[in-house]
Design a protein around this ligand. Structure first.
Ligand SMILES: [Zn+2]
Length: 241
């Protein structure tokens, strides 16, 4: 299977290309997003890194592209090393230098019963699957801004699932939420999780962030009202919908 067959690209609206890995264990298969800016393009999250990602992106020769990881989990950082400009949460910057299994959960992935539903190439051996370290060239924290030339994003720290960052384009109402919030079962019971912080994140999303559309790390895009529903459900029931 070629990289073009491994990844699935679709138009998610708002100039956003959604990229998925349909043959990865559904528990791990995440959303990646690509969008063009006037000065530089942006990739949000970098998948498992099983097949090279760069060749399938609609890149423009000579134009810079910034690859951003919302957090260090395996399904978001695999292909980050393919890009020269790498952004991610400053609080996890030291971990991106080595990508230890304890932070990425790569070891758990290697032991899944069905890590891939189709082989990426004949003879693929999950035991030899490793993440390549990708030190951050642009560590980001709350209050920073990312400017693509014709649109810009506020960097939000939304901890809980893990020390996640999110990007919010207030003008166009677009939120790239990573795994802070998405329309599926939310995870808050990993060693890197913090349930109290997650509750604060949910309260903040309800009270302070008013997106028109949310592109989450997993599942389908959803609107601001749905985001508030999911957040309220978490606060009331201690889990996602
Ligand atoms: Zn995650």
């Amino acid at each position: 299977m070629s990289p073009a067959e491994w990844y699935r690209l679709s138009d998610a609206g708002c100039g956003v290309v959604r990229i998925t890995e349909p043959f990865v264990d559904p528990y791990y298969s995440a959303n990646l997003y690509f969008l063009r800016g006037r000065e530089r393009d942006l990739l949000v999250d970098a998948g498992m890194g099983i097949h090279p990602l760069r060749p399938v992106l609609p890149l423009t020769e000579g134009k810079p592209v910034l690859a951003l990881a919302t957090h260090i989990h395996i399904d978001h950082v695999g292909a980050l090393h393919e890009f020269a400009d790498r952004a991610g949460p400053a609080v996890e910057a030291a971990l991106f230098e080595t990508m230890p299994d304890g932070a990425t959960y790569a070891e758990e992935y290697r032991h899944r019963p069905t890590p891939v539903t189709q082989l990426p190439w004949p003879g693929f051996d999950i035991a030899s699957y490793r993440l390549t370290p990708a030190p951050l060239t642009m560590p980001l924290k709350e209050g920073d801004r990312l400017d693509l030339g014709d649109r810009s994003f506020a960097v939000l720290e939304l901890p809980g699932h893990s020390p996640c960052i999110a990007l919010f384009d207030e003008i166009n109402g677009i939120l790239f939420a990573g795994d802070a919030i998405y329309d599926d079962q939310l995870l808050d019971d990993m060693p890197c999780s913090d349930k109290d912080a997650y509750r604060a994140t949910m309260r903040r999303l309800i009270g302070e962030v008013d997106p028109r559309i949310v592109f989450g790390g997993h599942g389908e895009p959803f609107d601001g009202e749905r985001m508030r529903q999911i957040a309220r459900h978490y606060l009331e029931h201690g889990s996602g919908l």
